[in-house]
Every structure is written in C-alpha cells, then in structure tokens.
Design a protein. Structure first.
Length: 124
C-alpha cells in the first residue's frame, strides 16, 4: 500500500507543478488550472483514503472542491486577508465562478475515469 501512496504522491507533485505553470503563462487558459486543481484534490483524497473505492474518492473530492468554491462567496475581512496571500489565493481562490464548478466536475470525472482504466489494466 505504501508503494501506491508514493505513486500518487509523485502524480500529485506533477499536477501541482503543471497547475502553477498554468497560472504563470498566458498560453494556457485559466480553466485548465481549475481542472488541474480538481485532479489534485482527487489525488490528494486518494492518498488519504487509499483503500476506498474510486466512487467514494470522486464524491469526496467533488464535495471538497464545491465547498471551497462556495466558500468564496463568504467575504469576511479575515478571509479576504488570507486570500491575498499566495497560499490563500492558490488554495481558497479569489471569487466564485460557475465555470470553476464546471471545471472541477470535469477534472474529477477525468481523474475518476483515468484511475478506473489504469487500475483495470493493471489488475490483468
């Protein structure tokens, strides 16, 4: 099981790198960063719940992403201060967008399907 966690951790680092890269260049649309954010949440959830079924991971990841996005509607001064930091901007985001919800849904769906395909062929 430890080996699988290591594999997911390596994937997580790669996704974080690609996500940051997507914010540093104008060549990549912003929705790709949101897509990668959702994939990152999926992989992070998988690392913590390595033995759970993929459907549980997908549902939990969607719940986390949606919660963070809807939390952006909360505009108290203390949370705005946190969002102005680099960490706050990357983790909590800046403002609510329905397009982010769509990107998160698509990202987690792709991660779910990709994981199911990889695990199916790996078990053969």
């Amino acid at each position: 099981m430890k080996k699988y966690r290591l594999n997911y951790f390596i994937i997580l680092i790669l996704i974080i790198f690609l996500g940051i890269l997507s914010r540093k260049t104008n060549l990549i649309p912003l929705c790709i960063g949101d897509f990668l954010y959702a994939v990152m949440i999926y992989v992070l959830t998988r690392i913590f719940f390595i033995n759970k079924k993929a459907l549980f991971i997908a549902a939990t990841s969607l719940l986390l992403c949606y919660s963070i996005e809807f939390f952006q509607l909360y505009q108290a001064e203390w949370i705005i201060t946190i969002r102005k930091t680099l960490f706050g901007r990357y983790v909590l985001g800046q403002g609510f967008l329905w397009s982010d919800i769509l990107a998160y849904t698509f990202g987690i769906l792709v991660a779910f399907v990709f994981e199911r395909i990889i695990l199916k062929y790996k078990s053969l």
